[in-house]
Design a protein around this ligand. Structure first.
Ligand SMILES: [Zn+2]
Length: 250
């Protein structure tokens, strides 16, 4: 059966002498994997359309009961070429793509998640700050997938804290100042500013998020909290965050 879909290329791996194994996030059917036969030799059918971050129209050919689709050709819609040319942008983008690969279920349509990724890649390509965008992406993406941490009420006493809180990655929630117990372990604290920024982003339309100008420390606090939270969701660390740390250490 032949079909067409709009998709963002998530990853591309060489397969055999001439083929490529492509993971892509499609508007119609979520994450899928496919083989692009002869992709390393046929510039006419694929061009640069199988590079990560590219928005393409893929022409597919599928057989029933086969997990891998066959990718016949790719037409580029938006290339987002500047992401790959800048280490900071490429590193932040790599974390976004890894989150899609790890968290969005194979073959399940999720139009809001697709449109969010597309919007954020657009802003990244245009030169918006990569760490800021990654933070925005994490907040909105985890919420769309139902993994949204709850930072507004203390897990122990239920009050709505005003000042600094302690983030518990395993529970995706917080403890207020009165309920914090020092365990001697390193703790992830979130300032009132970080919690405020988090809820602003959650409620704000993507068209307006660039108006927010959080401080570097707010982004760092949330980055630590999300690293812990995704670790508990996935049972492992995201690989691409190591690359991000080497590139964006300030
Ligand atoms: Zn409390």
């Amino acid at each position: 059966m032949k079909s067409k879909t709009e998709a963002i290329i998530i990853s591309s791996m060489n397969l055999g002498d001439a083929d490529k194994l492509i993971t892509f996030f499609s508007l119609d059917r979520g994450t899928l994997k496919g083989v692009a036969k002869n992709a390393r030799k046929s510039f006419r059918r694929f061009g640069a359309g199988l590079e990560s971050f590219t928005l393409v129209r893929l022409h597919l050919n599928e057989r029933e009961h086969q997990e891998l689709v066959r990718i016949e050709s790719a037409d580029i819609i938006e290339q987002h070429a500047s992401i790959g040319c800048d280490l900071g942008r490429a590193a932040a983008g790599a974390v976004m793509l890894e989150l899609v690969r790890e968290l969005s279920p194979l073959g399940e349509r999720n139009a809001p998640a697709f449109l969010l990724l597309l919007h954020v890649l657009h802003l990244l390509d245009e030169g918006e700050d990569p760490l800021f965008l990654l933070s925005v992406y994490m907040i909105k993406f985890l919420s769309i997938l139902g993994y949204q941490p709850k930072l507004d009420h203390c897990l122990a006493c239920g009050i709505r804290p005003k000042g600094e809180v302690l983030f518990l990655g395993m529970k995706g929630g917080i403890l207020c100042k009165d309920c914090m117990v020092s365990s001697g372990e390193p703790q992830i604290r979130l300032s009132a500013g970080a919690v405020g920024f988090y809820y602003h982003v959650l409620r704000m339309d993507m068209d307006k998020v660039s108006r927010l100008k959080p401080s570097h420390s707010i982004i760092t606090e949330l980055d630590r909290a999300f690293a812990e939270h995704t670790f508990h969701i996935l049972g492992k660390r995201l690989k691409s965050t190591d690359f991000l740390k080497t590139v964006c250490t300030k």
